[in-house]
Structure formats: structure tokens, C-alpha cells
Design a protein around this ligand. Sequence first.
Ligand code: SAH
Length: 348
Amino acid sequence: MDRINVLIDKLEKEHILSQSEFAEIIRNHTPENDEYLFEKARTIREKVYGKAVYMRGLIEFTNYCKNDCLYCGIRRSAANAERYRLSEEQILDCAETGYKLGFRTFVLQGGEDNHYSDEMICNIVSEIKKRFPDCAVTLSIGEKSRESYEKYFSAGADRYLLRHETANEEHYGKLHPKELSLKNRKRCLSDLKDIGFQTGCGFMVGSPFQTAENLAEDLIYIHELQPHMVGIGPFIPHHDTPFRNEKAGTLEMTLLMLGLVRLTVPNVLLPATTALGTIHPKGREKGILAGANVVMPNLSPKDVRKKYLLYDNKICTGDEAAECIACLGRRISSVGYELVTDRGDFRK
Ligand code: SAH
């Protein structure tokens, strides 16, 4: 039998491979291997979550950021970014709109913006939970102290997304300024999990300097952490960053990674990301068919959407949330799955 398919079988059984085995798949896989992998990924995910695809309403509430990650369009030194912040009232309005549209998870994402104190974040979280008790609140606001994470959790936040970006120290150093470290990123993730958040890590595919070995390390780290969610999307250059002339990650490699993550952590909640929809018109549908089971339509007010540009050519920045849901619903049915409105918690 085909050597790569043998490795895929082994991963399906053991949920882990060695770094060199993962790297071998990443280097040598063919379209036939991919189909073999995706078929297994779909079967596993259907065993746990059926045909459901969960939706999360993304509220991008600030694009101010104190960090200077080299890939990111809202990095501190992106001088042309038009900065904005949503007030507590505006954030609650987004949630209200989202609730009426059927959303039962709200993801509050932003740059690392110290304008929002822990107290403000806690107020926003507890107000959303009070008004919409049947909803989950996810935070995605970067690296904080354990004490801050504990406060958010006590205020009612259910989940936290913090991509590890790359599990290789040296690679991490090439993507980030020297004040940021993989060590602290990992510390945050283990604190979050320990506190009781449904926790998500993740990485970009095709980020500058990334090797097959690096991607293999990402998979091994994910196996170690056993996160509840994993966010994976292609790197896409942003014109106002040092990586403006770098190549974007590919559809094919992103799909492969989605499939491999599904076999590594069978129960994982795995989004078909907006970045994937940006590099290919059918990217998200293909993501679903490779093992993804979450989509994250944008709930941010229309007038700020074009300002939260992490990368160039981001899709869906002109649509109303309602249009986004209708469009995603059609896309998901077109590949045989069903967009559902429940909270979509992690299943053991
Ligand atoms: N400040 C928060 C949210 C970051 S934005 C945090 O630190 O977690 C969410 C994710 O967008 C990042 O984790 C990164 O993986 C991704 N991202 C940033 N720039 C990108 C780019 N140019 N292309 C693709 N994804 C990007």
C-alpha cells in the first residue's frame, strides 16, 4: 500500500506520528492521499458532531494593538491602519443583532488594547451572559496574566482563542518582535486550559520561513495540549507589513493541515476560516470537506469591518451579518452539511 496512506492509517489509529512521519506526509502527499485523508476526517467528525457546522459570531471590537507581530495588518507600526474601538454599548448591540439572527456564540476579538481594562472586559462578558444566558462567550484578546484570565472566567467567559502561531522557537522569533516569546504564548494556553476555558490554539499555514518540520511540530504541540479548538488559516500578506512581498499559504496545504488536525484530535472544533475563504472562492466549503466543522461570520458593525484588516483582500467586509449567514448556509448545504444555531460546545 501507498506509504503516505499507511501513515494516515497510523495517525487515524494512534492520533500521533513522529515529527519525521508528519513531515513526510507534508512533503510527499498527492491529491489521492488527500482524498484518502479527508474521507477519514469527515467520518471521524461525523461520528462526534454529525453533519452540523456551528456558527460563531465574530465581533472585532478594537484594532488598536500594542504588539508588532510582523505578519499582522493591525500591528502597532502599521501606520496607515485606521484605528477604531467599539464602546460597550456597540458591542452589546452587535450581540443583540447576532442573537436575533440565531447566533448562540459570540467571539470578542481584538488587538491587544490596554484601553479595555480587565474590569471593562469582565463587564462586557457578564452583561452578554446576563442578557443572553443561553449563549457562549469566547474571548480572543491575546496574552494576559493568569489572574486576568481567571477574572474573565469568573465573569462568565466560556472559551478563549489564542493561536500559538508556530510551535518552533526559532520560527516564532522570525515572525514576532523580541518582546514576544513562544514560552509565554504556551504559558497562556496552559493557564487557559487549566482554568477551565474551552481553549483554542492554532497557526497560519505558509507563514514566512515555515518548513515541513515546523508544521509537524505544530501537530505534535496540538497533540500535547489537547485543545478544544484549533484555528488554522493560510498566511496572507498585508501590504503595510514587513511581509508584504511574501507568498500566501496555499489552499492545498491548509486543507491538508485541517485533515491532519482532525485525525490528531478527533473531537476538535475546527473552523473553516475567513482567510481560507479569501484565498479561494470555495475555500470554506473545501475546508468543511477536509474535516472542519465551524464557521465564524462577522458580526462587527459594517463601518468598521474594512478597518479590521489582518491581511489583504479579506472577504465579507461589505455584507450585513444576515447576508453572511444566508450565504454561508447555502455554501454549507451545497456540500452536504448543515449550518446550525446551537452553542456547539466541545463534545467529549
Ligand atoms: N490579538 C489577538 C487576536 C489576533 S488576530 C491574539 O493575539 O490572539 C487572530 C489571528 O489572525 C492571529 O492569531 C493570526 O494567526 C491571524 N493573522 C494575523 N495576521 C494574519 C495574516 N497576515 N494572514 C493570515 N492570518 C493572520
